[in-house]
Design a protein around this ligand. Sequence first.
Ligand SMILES: [Fe+2]
Ligand SMILES: [Fe+2]
Length: 301
Amino acid sequence: MLKIADLNHWAGGLIVACENGKDPIWKIHSFSLDMNSLYHLGTKIGLVTGRRLHTGQPGDTFSAGQKPIMEIRMKEADMAEANASNVALDLLRIHSIITRALSITSEKSQRFAQDGFPDASTKEGFLCYARSFVSVLHGHHLTENELAFPYFRERLPDAPYDLLIVQHQELVHVLDEVKAAIEEVSADRQAAASLNRLNQALRRLADLWHPHIGIEQDHFTAAKLEALINREEHIRLGKLFAEHGQKHMGPGYLVVPFLLYNLTPEERVILARNMPFLLTHLLVPVVWKARWASMRPFLLS
Ligand SMILES: [Fe+2]
Ligand SMILES: [Fe+2]
């Protein structure tokens, strides 16, 4: 069963799905599409089976199209078997997204400060990418402060939680400078001076970021957490932390592709396990495709 409310924080009220039965029905909520667009979307993910449209309400629950959805879920289940969940590995994955984005924004801000933006679309894509980076880093800190650290503190009391929280505060302070510089770049037609300010703030951020994640990764290792937490609990925590982070990041049409495509295809599939499948199979590749297209040059394929 799929529940519309489950996807609301990602999709801003959108849900598209189909029912089982002789004459399956597409249900759409808070989203206007004509019949051709709907069929285009459905064909892309192999779900089109019916012709009638029906408007759903928030909180509606209905059966999903059994066959295609089962096929997708089985593939993901295979991957889950091959890569046992471990919350330490989830932490490493989000760190690697942030580390890559920090390096890309630093490198590109320097290059664009020297050479200028080659065109308006590149500037737009860079701004979307940099804003997503800020949002994801902010969300990651909140998840650690509010969920991960309180949970680990009881089980791994020796980690320096107070130091890590102070470091988060220092990171947030520099992140505010990064955010301000991004908005200056956005408003500035020439942008070289703002890009240099952004680059300097990103360097200060990198000076704090690398030692900080070094401490986290030394203390919260896969081996330690494997010994302390059973597999079901790792899966539960993975989903809990992912949902918490995602609720504090946005907008979804930028942040979700940003998360997925700063990872290699192998790691991307593992991250996607903690996301609603309609998000990864319909919203990102089809519905939101044009909205994040300008970020493509900064992402992995
Ligand atoms: Fe942290
Ligand atoms: Fe972290």
